[in-house]
Design a protein around this ligand. Structure first.
Ligand code: SIN
Length: 491
């Protein structure tokens, strides 16, 4: 099966190194599948450590002149890239739906969301400021910001576009060069972005892409090569920990956007219509496959039965199907393995006493689908409370008091995003400050945008992406001490 596009130049299947499309040295390729039907849609160059090392070497060379470019030049090139991404939104969305599964409307939204990071950092490129410290009469401390160096980026399959642009755009804006390893399930979106960066005039070697199925070989090179100064990763906490350990050997900077276990807490003083709608959006976005998707729904006892009834009725209206079909409200999950992992979490919870209100099993037939599922009679000993489900499964927990809800929310090693619904202002402040998360949505679950600092605490990672803070992760602070100011030459 092929992907028919208005702009066929976007369908690239080789590695992108030094502005050239090249095969893997071995000539090997790996298949990319459409999760809606399991059909192969492309074969992509299967890179390993050799190609990664070559990309790092050219990135190092290319950075010498890239970092010397005036900020305005870097800004204008990023702006051109943004324009091209938006001009090709429909094709990029189609590629995304075919390799990742999300419905077309969601893919179009992600392309625009991803592009917003390019636009934002094209503007921020011009706003890299230093400081002057005036502590003593005869000297001044000058603080300047410089690009950290070559960046290694490893991105996931769940957002095949936006997780790339929110790393590549700030790196390029700061004057760094970058070697990207995209998720092996979704390399085509990454390669299409690289083609558009090339067409925008981003210089050869500044942005390189090596895709491959043996992720640990590419990751191993990115984390051990002394010419890489920083590694940025979005993905699971166990893989993030491994990468951090590997980076320790050469003391690389790291940014880690890792797993989550987001609660949405519905207090009995909440507007129930708004709370149900927000919880549905957050739970089922990308069929439950985002790091900030609601993982646990916590509902106060007085409104619990009403909430479950109305939430279930809405879920029963969903239509999970091929993302290219306009009638589908939600797409498949990414792979057969994802289906069995979700099923395993559900089965283990049911064995411990959870009740299946709806769904509860893989869907039969073509593609990788799990029935949208609601579980009640769940408690904190169950896998649905402890583990990141990453699928369309909503366990609904009951709580009595505010204190109990806060304790339940915080009873996890994760700390990425949390949400709660309440119309009581003092409660809103109390709870927002007491829950241990990097991002908190109050009466709102759609919290992401290029304007805000995206990132987590605890084992959900470190560093922030987007916003005015997003460039900091790609800049080094240098202090220059300017002395001898008391000397008076020639007076
Ligand atoms: C993620 O799943 O990590 C990204 C979600 C988002 O950017 O909203």
């Amino acid at each position: 099966m092929t992907i028919e596009l208005n702009n066929p130049s976007l369908l690239q299947t080789q590695a992108f190194i030094n502005g050239q499309w090249v095969d893997a040295n071995s000539g090997e390729t790996f298949p990319v599948f459409n999760p809606a039907n399991g059909e192969e849609i492309a074969q992509v160059a299967n890179c390993v450590q050799e190609e990664t090392a070559a990309a790092i070497a050219v990135a190092k060379k290319a950075m010498e002149s890239w970092k010397e470019q005036p900020a305005k030049v870097r800004s204008e090139l990023l702006e051109k890239w943004y324009d091209l991404v938006m001009a090709n939104q429909e094709d990029l969305a189609k590629i995304m739906t075919m390799e990742q599964g999300k419905v077309l409307a969601e893919s179009r939204g992600e392309v625009a969301y991803g592009a917003s990071y390019i636009k934002w950092f094209s503007e921020e490129a011009k706003r890299i400021y230093g400081d002057v410290i005036q502590g003593t009469p005869d000297r001044r401390g000058i603080v300047i910001k410089q690009p950290v160096g070559v960046v290694g980026a490893i991105t996931p399959w769940n957002f095949p576009n936006a997780m790339i642009t929110r790393k590549v755009a700030p790196a390029l804006a700061a004057g760094c060069s970058i070697v990207l390893k995209p998720g092996s399930e979704t390399p085509l979106s990454a390669l299409a972005l690289a083609e558009l960066a090339k067409q925008a005039g981003i210089p050869d070697g500044v942005f390189n892409v090596v895709a491959g199925r043996r992720s640990s070989l590419i990751g191993g090179e990115l984390t051990s090569n002394p010419d890489v100064a920083k590694v940025t990763f979005t993905g699971s906490t166990p893989v993030g920990k491994t990468l951090m350990k590997q980076c320790a050997e050469t003391v690389k900077r790291t940014s880690m956007e890792l797993g989550g276990n987001a609660p949405v807490i519905i207090f009995d003083d909440a507007d129930l219509d708004i709370a149900i709608n927000g919880s549905l959006l957050s739970k089922f976005r990308n069929s439950g496959q985002t790091c900030i998707c609601t993982n646990r729904v916590l509902v106060q006892e007085g409104i619990y039965d009403e909430f479950v009834k109305r939430f279930s009725a809405a879920v029963n209206e969903f239509n999970f199907g091929d993302g290219l079909d306009d009638a589908s409200t939600h797409g498949p999950v990414v792979s057969a393995n994802a289906v069995s992992d979700i099923d395993d979490i559900v089965k283990r919870s049911v064995e411990k006493g959870a009740t299946v209100v709806t769904g509860g099993k893989p869907r039969e037939g073509a593609g990788f689908f799990y029935e949208p599922t609601i579980l009640t009679n769940v408690d904190d000993t169950m896998s649905v409370f402890r583990e990141e489900i990453f699928g369309p499964v909503a366990p609904i927990f009951k709580f009595k008091t505010e204190e109990e809800a806060i304790n339940m929310a915080n009873d996890t090693e994760f700390g990425l995003a949390a949400y709660f619904y309440s119309d009581n202002l003092s409660r809103v402040w109390r709870v927002a400050e007491k829950i241990d998360y990097g991002m908190v949505g109050v009466n709102e679950t759609m919290i992401s945008s290029e304007l805000i600092p995206f990132g987590g605490v605890k084992e959900s990672g470190q560093g922030r992406e987007g916003s005015k803070y997003g460039l900091d992760d790609y800049l080094e602070i240098k202090y220059v001490c300017m002395g001898g100011m008391a000397r008076n030459h020639g007076a």
